[in-house]
Design a protein around this ligand. Structure first.
Ligand code: PMP
Length: 338
């Protein structure tokens, strides 16, 4: 019988889908690696399981222990699946910027959710970085995952996502583009692809309000780049150890409005019901289209599902409140007219 012994065995081997409409101004072939086909509906299932397995292997996580992580939701979902199947407790520390759906979903799979303010310094004791660390110290058999600096994060993408992309494109990929948060996806996939073919270009998508692009271009960590923004999952106010700038050829920044509008366009023009950072990724690619030619094969990775943004991006009242649209949206043409 072809059965998975548990839900964790269904992680990975996600499909790659050609984009045909939203990319009409791009001279290259554009393929989307659609990560919402993972059981927790995001790419982060891969690294969550790998981080848990590596921590079990070297004793950082002991039987019956508590997994503690600061997570915007997707990593938490992946950790929750691992925790349920393997019998651990899970505490997710999350910022108040995150969608209510994400918090409810985490609670539905057994996680305890602790909410922290977004607009405080990372070193502030109220920040979700500080609260996660404190809880890990105070909780007996607590293990602080720290996806930002945990090397198993990039390693999972080096071992799985990278080889899948290489095989699905039969080694013909010329460019890879993806939103960058902890950096695990771009660094793991980028390292694997560059080892296979150093000519493959690796592009990161950043947000306004984040430090990555400026740091890559100048080597300067500029605090003036940091301010709050709406896009979830990408951009940082710190430099995570998982961002390997050596395998990244460059960054482009996408506005919150463009991310939201292009996320809606992906649903309406391609039938891809993806999350906001996927809107950032496809808009980032459009911003770089002049660097592409007809023989190029670009892979863009879509991290998660639109279902986590029903109350936000896929809610016209919310979109209007933010000033991202002025009219009702039911077709892609409505989005263009806004
Ligand atoms: N998009 C979404 C929706 C995410 O949850 C994440 C993870 N923070 C990313 C993009 C960025 O991925 P990574 O952390 O691997 O850079």
């Amino acid at each position: 019988m072809k059965i998975a012994k548990n839900i964790l065995e269904t992680i990975g081997n996600t499909p790659m889908v050609q984009l045909n409409h939203i990319t009409k101004d791009i001279p290259a072939t554009v393929l989307a690696k659609v990560e919402y086909f993972n059981p927790g509906h995001s790419c982060k299932d891969r690294m969550a399981l790998k981080m848990v397995e590596d921590a079990e292997a070297d004793g950082r996580l002991v039987p019956g222990g508590t997994i503690i992580e600061g997570t915007s939701g997707n990593t938490g979902m992946g950790l929750a699946l691992a925790a349920v199947v393997k019998g651990y407790k899970l505490i997710c520390v999350i910022t108040d910027k995150q969608s209510k759906e994400k918090m409810d979903i985490l609670r539905a799979v057994g996680a305890k959710v602790v909410v922290c303010p977004t607009d405080v310094e990372p070193t502030d004791p109220r920040s979700y970085y500080s609260v996660s660390k404190r809880l890990a110290e105070e909780t007996p058999n607590g293990w602080y995952v720290n996806q930002y600096d945990n090397p198993s994060n990039a390693q999972a993408n080096y071992e799985q996502t990278g080889p899948e992309i290489w095989e699905q494109t039969e080694g013909k990929i010329t460019h890879f583009i993806v939103g960058v948060g902890t950096g695990g996806t771009i660094s793991g996939v980028g390292k694997y692809l560059k080892e296979k073919n150093p000519n493959i270009k690796i592009w990161g998508v950043d947000t306004y309000g984040s430090v990555f692009k400026k740091y890559k271009e100048t080597g300067i960590f500029d605090e003036n780049e940091v301010y709050s923004y709406v896009t979830e999952g990408i951009g940082e106010d710190i430099l995570p150890e998982n961002v390997n700038f050596d395998v990244i050829d460059g960054f482009t920044k996408v506005t919150d409005k463009d991310a939201a509008v292009y996320c809606r366009k992906l649903a309406l023009e391609e039938g891809l019901f993806v999350g906001m950072s996927s809107g950032s990724a496809i808009k980032g690619l459009l911003q770089l289209k002049d660097e592409l030619g007809p023989d190029d094969i670009v892979v863009v990775l879509f991290h998660d599902s639109g279902s986590r943004y029903i109350g936000k991006i896929f809610n016209d009242d919310w979109m209007r409140e933010k000033g991202y649209i002025t009219n009702e949206v039911s077709t892609a043409v409505d989005l263009i007219q806004n």
